[in-house]
Write a protein that binds this ligand. Structure first.
Ligand code: ADP
Ligand code: GN1
Ligand code: MG
Length: 352
């Protein structure tokens, strides 16, 4: 398979090809050939039903940035030898190639608050630079991706139709998550609130989607498959979800899950610095909610998938999605314990 893909991009088949990155959805490889480096990806069509929509969005975003913000380093895909944005290989699927941004690296975990600050600045900057772009031009690459109301309904369906044994064994966690359903009601109200705006948000703001320079300053964001119209709470929330704890969603020792205040503040600060001219007052009062929203949604998504026999995320060991869901439920509790510290006046204070 690989030799056909490389050929489509005019790359010799003796190129050095290495699986790359830690993503759960697409396949990524680093290609090194003749002193040049590339990133090759195979799009997961179970998740992205219309890969051409991703290509459409990336093209429009790339054109807009080139015209309005030519200094922004944007990793636009390389066309295949016959001029296509994506290469389709029969029986295999869609592939795309990017130039490897020279001298860049990504991180899998946030080790110091400065990295959280840089990541948040980069995601805030991305949305800010695109604030003049008409969001309705973008295709929806995954319908209802961060629609918490739908995610909750999918969870309820899994409780009816999912694996009976798994449902039985998950009773405590199911009860725990149902206990936080007010987060869904609040989301439904926000959707009706004219002070909450649809902007171009990234929807996958984990730190591995930021490229860093060797001095650890952020260069740009990557992985734009889910860049589409959304609310700022998606991006800020996913950073809180993935940056504040020293351990990831894979951690099985839940004692290690803690909310590091300095990291939380660095996220708010970095994002706010970039977006203060864009966010409405009501949005500015929802940084903390953003964290609850995304952690809760991820807990629901992992548990739903476990109850549905791991059909979306897959599992490397039995119960992996249950562990992930429980991990996120613990993170949610740890965050809620800090509610007083991070809300009210303090939501703004950390921004100044
Ligand atoms: P996914 O998370 O869906 O697997 P990404 O687009 O995030 O795919 O790519 C995986 C990893 O590959 C990134 O975390 C980053 O380390 C690296 N990467 C992706 N695109 C580039 C690029 N243009 N330049 C340098 N590194 C890249
Ligand atoms: C998936 O592909 P990756 O690993 O960056 C998922 C995100 C989840 C994340 C949890 C398209 O992201 O929404 O937050 O796993 N992406 C999709 O690790 O479902
Ligand atoms: Mg990624």
């Amino acid at each position: 398979m690989m030799q056909f893909v490389l050929k489509a991009y005019g790359i010799d088949d003796d190129a050095d090809v290495t699986p790359y990155g830690t993503g759960l959805i697409n396949h990524t490889w680093k290609i090194v050939t003749g002193g040049k480096e590339y990133i090759l990806q195979k799009v997961n069509e179970n998740v992205f039903k219309a890969p051409e929509n991703i290509a459409h969005n990336i093209r429009l975003i790339a054109d807009y940035l080139k015209q309005h913000h030519p200094d922004y380093c944007f990793a636009a895909p390389i066309a295949s030898s016959d001029g296509k944005e994506m290469f389709y290989l029969k029986d295999e699927g869609f592939f795309r190639m990017f130039p490897f941004i020279p001298g860049s690296h990504s991180k899998d975990v946030v080790q110091i608050p400065e990295q959280a600050f840089e990541g948040a600045s980069q995601f805030g900057k991305f949305t800010r630079l695109l604030s003049g772009f008409d969001v309705s031009q973008l295709k929806i690459t995954i319908p209802d991706f961060h629609n918490l109301d739908l995610r909750y309904r999918q969870f309820c369906s899994a409780l009816q139709e999912g694996n009976k044994q798994r449902i039985h064994e998950s009773q405590d966690l199911i009860k725990q998550l149902n206990g936080h359903a007010a987060i869904v009601s609040e989301y439904n109200q926000l959707k009706q609130n004219p002070h909450f705006k649809l902007r171009i948000t990234h929807h996958d703001t984990k730190i591995s989607n930021v490229l860093f320079a060797s001095n650890d300053k952020g260069i740009c964001v990557i992985d734009l498959d889910t860049a589409m119209p959304g609310y700022f709470i998606s991006d800020v929330g996913d950073m809180i979800r993935t940056y504040v704890s020293p351990v990831s969603e894979e951690e099985v020792d839940f004692e290690k899950i803690v909310v590091r205040e300095e990291f939380y503040k660095a996220i708010v600060q970095g994002y706010y610095n970039e977006m203060k001219g864009e966010l409405t007052g009501q949005e500015q009062d929802h940084f903390f909610y953003a964290g609850k929203f995304m952690i809760y949604m991820q807990a629901l998504r992992f548990l739903t998938d476990y109850l549905n026999n791991d059909m979306y995320y897959g599992a490397k060991y039995y119960g992996q999605n249950f562990i992930r869901a429980k991990n996120q439920a613990v993170l949610l509790e740890r965050l809620i314990e800090k509610e007083k510290l991070f809300t009210g006046k303090q939501q703004c204070e950390v921004k100044k």
